[in-house]
Design a protein around this ligand. Structure first.
Ligand code: SF4
Length: 181
């Protein structure tokens, strides 16, 4: 019995260790903060040395990086992208706009609190966050993965009805499949 428990723990540890060091990112450049991604990924800050690299498609990505505000139009596309990603998957909200609307807090067509529509595992504060802050955000995500606490995707499945209700309030003409992964 204890052998089983211990072997599970070791298996989880190895799995999380591997996931932590292999983070493939799909960057959805929704806002101006996206301009900080090239310096983060290229030679000066070199995020790849931490195991962070770009992914070409949602199917290959582990992380959806939402780089700034979403509008009422782009939200739907981002949900579609997120639901096409395979588990395990994570979301990073990049910039103040994803936290509380930032400088667009009173705009009629931007999304103010991203976490009401998609499960955010890590937020990176700032307007716009510098590459150092982006690397700190990835380090935080890696820590959560290693501890088995990056469970946004699980939260999304368990509370899908609540998320769908919020999403449909923004996109009343919903034509996407109800369950899309
Ligand atoms: S947080 Fe600042 S830099 Fe990022 S999308 Fe919003 S306004 Fe642009």
């Amino acid at each position: 019995m204890s052998y089983d428990k211990d072997s599970h723990k070791i298996f989880d540890f190895i799995q999380n260790w591997a996931r932590k060091h292999s983070i493939w990112v799909l960057a959805y450049g929704t806002g101006c903060g996206a301009i900080e991604i090239p310096p983060t990924m290229t030679s000066r800050y070199d995020a790849e040395r931490l195991g962070v690299r770009g992914a070409a498609t949602p199917r290959q990505a582990d992380v959806l990086l939402i780089t700034g505000y979403l509008t009422t139009k782009t939200l739907k596309r981002v949900i579609r992208v997120y639901e096409q990603m395979q588990d395990p998957k994570y979301v990073i909200g990049f910039g103040s706009c994803t936290i509380n609307g930032g400088m667009y807090y009173d705009s009629y067509n931007t999304i103010k609190v991203l976490d009401k529509y998609l499960p955010v595992d890590v937020y990176i504060n700032g307007c716009m966050p510098r590459p150092e802050a982006v690397l700190a955000g990835f380090a935080k995500l890696q820590q959560l993965i290693a501890e088995g606490k990056a469970n946004g995707a699980q939260k999304y499945k368990e509370n899908l009805e609540w998320y769908r209700e919020n999403q449909k309030r923004i996109s009343p003409h919903w034509v996407m499949p109800e369950y899309n992964w």
